[in-house]
Design a protein. Structure first.
Length: 332
């Protein structure tokens, strides 16, 4: 039985994301692009199996998927959802996620209307970390409607668009990349211990790790933000990574790397760094991608990394730009 699915990706990598889906299901058919980076596709694969298959092949560019169970006129959306109330588990939380490609739809007003109906029906509606999701994509005339468990959507944020509040002492927006990676890859960082931040300046990722209770060795010839300089649990090594690693005597619970360099060169640095990572240690890095041939670059780079690490996941996150984030575990 064929199914319809909406998928989202960064607009720059939408075609690559489509190729990832078509690798899984060679009978799939793109029906149309609903908006920049949002595609409606018909599959032979049941939606309930799709997320597991995407994770299995470590697809990097598909951010979010949701099923299309009905296509209804906008004016009939409220009654269409009401007719499906029995599908939902009343003991689990539920979220309504609405996206659209038109300014004619007031998403906040529509969401509030639908949420009021669901609460009146006795359902637990929560926007944060829902167990169940009603997914709606609106055009000017029609709505694509689907219901799913949050784990089936790859992300419990609408369109995979993770949002973080700006903090007063935030150093850079790059901090959001690390926070998102921790959540998307479900990484359990050590509550305490020692972390290595390669190419740390100005120190955004170092700040995130310190806020998580880790002591940090920050390696970079450049300066760290003034707010970090008096922290006794931060050691700033003013060296290039290639100078620091051969003489390092510490052993780390976590290594992070957001350096702006060619992916293969960055991977070589991570391979060298694996010798100072403890057994069962984690690593997080970004790969800066070229404008063309991204799959070839990723395949070549991950092949190098797999000599020393298990690749947990690779994703073009919402807070990434022309890059992907890779999560790694030291292999035995």
């Amino acid at each position: 039985m064929r199914s319809q699915v909406i998928f989202t990706a960064s607009p720059e990598f939408a075609q690559v994301a489509l190729n990832e889906i078509q690798t899984l299901d060679r009978q799939s058919k793109l029906i149309q692009w609903l908006d920049s980076g949002i595609g409606l596709i018909e599959l032979d694969t049941p939606f309930s199996n799709l997320a597991a298959q995407i994770s299995m092949i470590k697809a990097a560019f598909i951010r979010h998927i949701c099923p299309v169970m009905e296509t209804v006129a906008i004016e009939n959306l409220q009654s269409a959802i009401a007719a499906q109330i029995a599908l939902f588990d009343r003991a689990s939380t539920l979220s309504v996620q609405i996206r659209s490609n038109t300014k004619d739809i007031n998403r906040s007003e529509l969401r509030n209307l639908l949420v009021d109906d669901l609460i009146a029906a006795g359902l637990k509606v929560e926007a944060k970390d829902p167990a169940q999701i009603i997914s709606i994509f609106c055009t000017k005339e029609i709505a694509y409607l689907g219901f799913s468990h949050a784990v089936e959507n790859l992300s419990n944020w609408a369109g995979g668009m993770h949002r973080f509040a700006h903090e007063a002492d935030q150093i850079s927006r790059a901090e959001f990349k690390l926070l998102e990676a921790i959540g998307v890859f479900n990484l359990q960082l050590p509550a305490e211990g020692l972390a290595l931040d390669l190419g740390a300046s100005p120190g955004g990722w170092t700040r995130v790790l310190r806020n998580r209770g880790l002591s940090v060795v920050a390696v970079d010839p450049g300066d760290l933000a003034e707010s970090l300089q008096s922290d006794s649990n931060i050691t700033h090594s003013r060296q290039l990574v290639q100078q620091y690693l051969p003489n390092c005597r510490d052993r780390f619970d976590l290594i992070v790397n957001d350096m702006r360099m060619a992916p293969v060169d960055s991977a070589k640095n991570m391979i060298a760094a694996s010798s100072v990572l403890k057994e069962n240690g984690l690593a997080i890095m970004t790969l800066k991608l070229p404008s063309k041939g991204v799959k070839t670059v990723i395949d070549r780079t991950t092949a190098l990394l797999e000599n020393n690490y298990e690749v947990i996941g690779i994703r073009n996150l919402f807070h990434n730009r022309q890059e992907v984030t890779v999560s790694l575990a030291k292999s035995e």
